[in-house]
Design a protein around this ligand. Sequence first.
Ligand code: AMP
Ligand code: ZN
Length: 113
Amino acid sequence: MINSDCIFCRIANKELQANLVAESEHAIAFWDISPRQPIHILVIPKAHHKNIAELTQNSPDQLLDLMKLGTDIAQDKSSGSFRLSFNTGEEAGQTVFHAHGHITSRTPKDQVA
Ligand code: AMP
Ligand code: ZN
């Protein structure tokens, strides 16, 4: 399901431009517009689920696909030391209510000696 009021649905649907990194059958990854670490990429399901709990509940196959894409990208872009985190709910800092994982790392692969 695509929600035309949702900014991440519009990115997944390629209606809104983003700096894409990779995509899989059910997920798409792009650079965060306001990076907080040298590597800061978002990985989202193509379908609209409001958070990671709803995605897990409704579509475990999509969740697996998203986690695989996210960890593959994290290992490809970072030294191997990274975080993959999902803010869930306003009090946890979620501001976009379309499930998304933050892939962050302080050590990009190309900066490791
Ligand atoms: P959260 O606070 O966990 O909901 O994270 C939302 C993230 O989406 C923030 O890190 C924003 O910088 C990022 N963001 C919002 N709009 C865009 C956009 N159009 N393209 C890329 N990243 C975005
Ligand atoms: Zn959405």
